[in-house]
Design a protein around this ligand. Structure first.
Ligand code: G3P
Length: 215
């Protein structure tokens, strides 16, 4: 399973890249609004650090405008993928963009039918938001499971990005289901490394090492 970092923060992206586990980045307007750099400069910087897809969201609402905005985003760097929220106008834009070779990540997916239609329209990725479904007492990971089955049934090449991840268990479940990608906030990524028994074990090894007879 590929790991994307769900952030627009350059320090977090540099740090995760240095761990050797980073396959891509997803951003959205909310994440962008937390940073100080101008939008275009920030996208260019992220794209320089990341050796993989960098997802940048469109905010236009009419298909012609979405296409224009997506093309502007795509010109910022070779590894830009445009995020388009699922809607009728977004589907129309996805069809045009995918035919022109611009990769689309259809975002804000909350139902299997939305993912199915996005894949039919040519989306390269779909992003089901599991945490936001959990927030309203729906089982977010069930949606991922259903999308994976549908894509497998019909041989869609569209990749599933598990998004709105809130804790390490979401990542485990995504990997067990065979999701293509998990896009993970930095705090969750840090938690994935930790285990109290590892800390205890390291502590004990260090203490015992100090008692080992050396030259
Ligand atoms: O990238 C979009 C998604 O991951 C948002 O997460 O926590 O705002 O639901 P959240």
């Amino acid at each position: 399973m590929k790991i994307f970092l769900d952030t627009a923060n350059l320090d977090q992206i540099r740090e995760a890249a240095s761990w050797g586990i980073l396959d891509g980045v997803t951003t959205n307007p909310t994440l962008m609004s937390k940073e100080n750099l101008k939008f275009e400069d920030l996208v260019r910087e992220i794209c320089k650090i990341v050796n993989g897809p960098v997802n940048v969201e469109c905010v236009s609402t009419q298909s012609e405008d979405i296409v224009k905005e997506a093309k502007r985003h795509a010109k910022l760097a070779e590894n830009v993928v445009v995020k388009i929220p699922i809607c009728l106008e977004g589907l129309k834009a996805t069809k045009v963009l995918s035919q022109e070779g611009i990769q689309v990540n259809t975002t804000l997916i909350f139902s299997p039918n939305q993912a199915f239609l996005a894949a039919k329209a040519g989306a390269r990725y779909v992003s089901p938001f599991v945490g936001r479904l959990d927030d309203i007492s729906h089982e977010g990971m069930d949606l991922v499971d259903q999308i994976l089955v549908i894509f497998d049934n019909y041989g869609f090449e569209t990749e599933v990005i598990v998004a709105s991840i809130r804790h390490p268990l979401h990542v485990v479940e995504a990997a067990l289901m065979g999701a293509d990608i998990a896009t993970i906030p930095f705090v969750v990524l840090e938690k994935m490394i930790k285990h109290p028994l590892t800390d205890v074990g390291m502590d004990r090894f260090l203490k015992d090492w100090s008692r080992v007879k050396k030259k």
